[in-house]
Structure formats: structure tokens, C-alpha cells
Design a protein around this ligand. Structure first.
Ligand code: MGP
Length: 200
């Protein structure tokens, strides 16, 4: 009997070289803190990709997040969504925030950020994947942060599903509680703490 043809879509490049398309096209952004410039002017688009192979090529050519200086961020967002609260796909949304202890920069940060990237590009959030906008990693001397941004903070089923999958993919202990915060609350807070709308 003949074998079934592979079901995954492939881009043919001829000569048997084929790239494996992702469900979405993604944009990688880099933020470098320069206090003399406005926040937005410190945000730079690095590149966009939409195949597995181009993701790995990019990943292997960028600095591991643990080697960035404090104040820098990487953000990976769906093409067409800017990694800022003001974007129309973010402004009613929020983020699942994982705050790391300082010593986790060496032990865990790179692995957790790679796992976050893979869950985005691999569409781990199933029927709620549409709600996912992107992810951000903040390198900070007070403790690094990784977050997944979603587009509608009031969409409880989607938000809680995404939070559970995120926590599971990162391999966080059930004892660790992560919180979801609306960007509207983060943007108007008066200190570093924003109330959680949901926790998992
Ligand atoms: P931050 O970089 O998200 O966190 O926001 P950090 O540095 O850990 O600070 P903390 O306040 O969470 O403790 C730092 C500052 O960057 C914010 O207070 C804003 O002034 C600015 N900023 C961050 N984001 C994500 C945005 C954004 O989406 N839009 C705008 N306009 N400013 C932002």
C-alpha cells in the first residue's frame, strides 16, 4: 500500500528543499532603554518570519535573553500588532505575567523564554490562539519578567485557558501562582504593582 502523503503544508523551494510554514507570521522586536528618548522610540522591529526554519535561523543569530543588559526587552508579536498597550489589538487586553527571582536569569530565563516562543509559534493555545497577541521578556535588575499578551481582558474562558497552558508549558510548579493584569490597569498604576484580574 502507498504511504499517505504528509499532511503539513510546505513551501516548495524546488530541489527537495522545503520550509515549514507557521500558522502565523511573527515579528521580533527589541527594546533598548535610552532614558533620553521616549519609550516608543526605543522599540525597534528586528525582523519578521513565517517558517520554522526562519525562526531557528533568527533564534540562533540573536543574543540569548540572559546576555542582554538590564532595561532591554524582546517581544514577539503577530505581524500587524505592535508590542504596546496602545495597539488596537492590545488596548482592551492584558498579560499573564511570570516574575522571576534575580538568580533565575542564569538558571531559567533562556529556557523559559524559548518555551514561550515555541508555544506561540507552535499555536499551543488551540481554539483560543486568536486571542494571543504576543509575548514580552523584560530584563530587569530587580528581576526579569516574561508575559503573554492577549487581546481581551474580559474574555475569561480564553484568558484562563491561555494562562493554564502557559503555566504548564513553562513547567511551573502548581504551587507557583501567576496573575493576569489588564493593560489599562498597568498603564494607570502608580507603583510597580497592578491588581490581578485572574490567577492560575
Ligand atoms: P515596563 O518596561 O513594562 O516595566 O514599563 P518595568 O521597566 O519593569 O517597570 P515597572 O513599572 O513595571 O516596574 C516601564 C515603563 O515603560 C512604563 O511605566 C511606561 O512608562 C513604559 N511603557 C511600557 N510599556 C509596555 C508601554 C506601552 O505599551 N506603551 C507606552 N506608551 N509606554 C509603555
Amino acid at each position: 500500500m502507498l504511504e499517505e502523503p504528509p499532511t503539513g503544508r510546505k513551501l516548495s523551494l524546488g530541489e527537495g528543499l522545503e520550509k515549514h510554514p507557521l500558522e502565523n507570521r511573527w515579528a521580533l522586536w527589541f527594546f533598548k532603554n535610552d532614558r533620553n528618548r521616549a519609550w516608543r522610540d526605543n522599540l525597534h522591529l528586528v525582523t519578521k518570519f513565517d517558517t520554522v526554519e526562519d525562526f531557528w535561523a533568527l533564534y540562533s543569530h540573536t543574543q540569548p535573553v540572559s546576555k542582554l543588559s538590564s532595561g532591554c526587552d524582546y517581544a514577539l508579536f503577530k505581524d500587524g500588532i505592535e508590542p504596546m498597550w496602545e495597539d488596537s489589538r492590545n488596548k482592551h487586553g492584558g498579560r499573564w505575567l511570570v516574575s522571576l527571582a534575580k538568580q533565575q536569569r542564569q538558571s531559567d530565563l533562556d529556557r523559559l523564554w524559548l518555551e514561550t516562543l515555541l508555544s506561540l509559534i507552535g499555536e499551543a493555545f488551540e481554539e483560543y490562539g486568536e486571542e494571543v497577541c504576543g509575548a514580552v521578556v523584560n530584563v530587569r535588575s530587580k528581576g526579569d519578567k516574561i508575559a503573554i499578551w492577549t487581546s481581551e481582558a474580559e474574555n475569561q474562558p480564553a484568558v484562563t485557558f491561555i494562562g493554564r497552558v502557559f503555566k504548564e508549558r513553562l513547567g511551573l510548579s502548581p504551587k507557583v501562582v501567576i496573575g493576569y493584569q489588564a493593560h489599562a490597569d498597568t498603564a494607570t498604576k502608580s507603583n510597580s504593582f497592578t491588581k490581578n484580574k485572574f490567577v492560575v
